[in-house]
Unconditional design. Structure first.
Length: 194
């Protein structure tokens, strides 16, 4: 007879991923061992392996869960009936909220992709490209004057460059809120800076 899953199985998996995101973000994937993760979780290594077969599986989950949130934001915003400009503003604000709220996961996604096995890395890259393509289509809709076929991808990557690295400098207690930073990024793309 198959062993039953604990009622809090998914919560425990998520707690492991949360701890792993913090650990990998601060030490890097290679600098953090499963023993370190077990200690951070207040658990044994065998319990960690009960939930995830390998350290790479945990790394994948850290990245994939973050990408799923970003993709969900894109789907929600692009599926709305709002004008393209409003969609860009809304998406920029949602991205900033996710980057600030999940800075550890975002940092791991940006820094440790090359530590995934090739097939898992390909899955993450495919999701990233789909996300970029959706944002590119939105930017092309709001800035057809700039988003010529040749400039679409560079303009989209400039947009991501403005917000993707905020985890390295943004201070929630600083002079500007995440909403103000998001609005500034949207204004720059829209060409309406004050």
């Amino acid at each position: 007879m198959a062993r039953k899953q604990a009622a809090d199985y998914e919560q425990r998996r998520e707690a492991i991923v949360d701890h792993a995101a913090r650990l990998f973000a601060s030490r890097g994937f290679l600098g953090a061992s499963v023993a370190d993760l077990a200690q951070a979780c207040g658990a044994s290594k065998s319990l960690i392996y009960h939930y995830y077969p390998s350290k790479e599986d945990i790394l994948f989950e850290v990245m994939d869960s973050h990408l799923l949130q970003l993709t969900g934001a894109v789907e929600t915003v692009t599926g709305s009936q709002a004008p393209a400009e409003r969609k860009l503003r809304d998406l920029t604000h949602r991205f900033m909220g996710l980057y600030v709220g999940a800075a550890d996961r975002h940092k791991v996604l940006l820094n440790d992709l090359n530590h995934l096995p090739p097939e898992r890395r390909a899955m993450i890259v495919t999701r990233q490209r789909a996300l970029i393509d959706a944002v590119q289509a939105l930017i092309a809709a709001v800035r057809p004057d700039l988003a010529t076929p040749r400039a679409r991808r560079p303009l989209t990557m400039l947009f991501f460059g403005m917000i993707n690295w905020t985890h390295t400098w943004f201070d929630p207690k600083g002079a500007a809120s995440s909403d103000e930073v998001a609005e500034l990024a949207a204004e720059l793309i829209l060409g309406r800076t004050r």
